[in-house]
Design a binder for this molecule. Structure first.
Ligand code: NAP
Ligand code: ZN
Ligand code: ZN
Length: 352
């Protein structure tokens, strides 16, 4: 075991505090990674604050990890010491079930192992990326293309794949009208990716305060959901609506914006259930779906797509000590558009 410094939640109510966590020594199939950059996802906050149910404390969250390989087990063939690599929302799955075999490890029939707060196959509780290093089995380690600016790559590992996967699956592309609800971490990536896929993109945000940014990132229209006329103007317009909002919204208002055979795909995960009016749903043969991150092969495909199209998130780099302040800004929708922790600012474990 190696002791590693980390920002840790001790309970649902307490702020994150500097502490230490344990990492296993790399086994034959493991990759040991020195974490350089760690993105802040709203899911980190939902989880640490117990909004999705009880979490195992003490817990280091973080599942947008970019780092450099420092050691590999003897059976590892895909990664070498010195490689720039990423780790996203999963660190293990059975690899044997139908879903795993088909590349949908996130839907593993035997339960995928989340990067933090989950029980791994060795019985330990996983700890995430707000920490100095991590050890992950090689099948769950991604290669970060060399052309991408390293400090901007971490958020691709969750915000990137969570938006790329449904946009691709539901056919965002030339001739398709896509709306993105909420322009935060996920939402701004959805705008960039859908635009790169060739779709016509509209942002549906609470206000027009980020309109200039939305248009710069690739949207051709940007509307405020606080303005009633948005919903009447854009009725029956969209082929695909991606809802990235972290709080409860009126899904029926967004469903009514779907044209014939359009789909509303929910990726936001508020702590309360959302209700659907079946009459609004059957009009225009609308579909309502959800989508959870993406498989490992698709995550690599997304990283390569982003490299090819020079897509990276808009990031604000912060010191590790600023993490609680950053969480408050995420909760207040003040993030522009993803915080990334510079892990080199974490003290050494001996200093903690
Ligand atoms: P974020 O950066 O906080 O963005 C959420 C955006 O939602 C905000 O920027 C804001 O956009 C809008 N919003 C916030 N509160 C709202 C309210 N009360 N009413 C209406 N709109 C509101 O969060 P994120 O990291 O992108 O994550 C978004 C959600 O996706 C979270 O629930 C997260 O847990 C979930 N998530 C799901 C997956 C998955 O696999 N499905 C993966 C990662 C994250 P505007 O200011 O533009 O209105
Ligand atoms: Zn996430
Ligand atoms: Zn499986």
């Amino acid at each position: 075991m190696t002791l590693v410094s980390a920002y840790v939640a001790e309970s649902a109510e307490s702020p994150l505090t500097l502490g230490t966590i344990e990492r296993r020594e790399p086994g034959p199939h493991d990759v040991q990674i020195d974490i350089h950059w760690s993105g802040i996802c709203h899911s980190d906050i939902h989880t640490a604050r117990g909004e999705w149910g009880p979490a195992p404390y003490p817990l280091a969250v973080g599942h947008e990890i970019a780092g450099v390989v420092t050691a590999v087990g003897e059976k590892v063939s895909r990664h070498q010491v010195g490689d720039r690599v990423g780790v996203g929302c999963m660190v293990n799955s059975c690899r044997d079930c139908e879903a795993c075999q088909a590349g949908f490890e996130q839907h593993c029939a035997n339960g995928m192992v989340g990067t933090y707060g989950a029980e791994d196959h060795d019985g330990t509780i996983t700890q995430g990326g707000y920490s100095g290093s991590i050890v992950v089995t090689e099948d769950f380690v991604l290669t970060i293309p060399g052309s991408l600016p390293f400090e901007e790559t971490a958020p691709l590992l969750c915000a990137g794949i969570t938006t790329y996967s449904p946009l691709k699956h539901w056919g965002a592309g030339p001739g398709k009208k896509v709306a993105v609800v909420g322009m935060g971490g996920l939402g701004h990536m959805a705008v960039k990716i859908a635009h790169a896929m060739g779709a016509e993109v509209t942002v549906l945000s609470q206000t027009l305060s980020k309109k200039e940014d939305g248009l710069r990132l690739g949207a051709s229209d940007y509307r405020a959901t606080s303005d009633e006329s948005t919903f009447t103007d854009l009725r029956n317009q969209f082929d695909l609506i991606l809802n990235t909002v972290s709080a409860s919204v009126d899904l029926n208002a967004f469903l009514s914006m779907l044209r014939f055979d359009g789909a509303l795909v929910n990726v936001g995960v508020p702590d309360q259930p959302l209700s659907i009016d079946t009459g609004t749903l059957f009009t225009n043969r609308r579909a309502m779906a959800g989508s959870m991150i993406g498989g490992i092969a698709e995550t690599q495909e997304m990283l390569d797509f982003c490299a090819e199209h020079s897509i990276t998130p808009e990031v604000e780099i912060i010191d590790a000590s600023q993490v609680n302040e950053a969480w408050e800004n995420v909760l207040a929708s003040k993030v522009r558009y993803r915080y990334v922790i510079d892990i080199s600012t974490l003290p050494e474990p001996a200093e903690v």
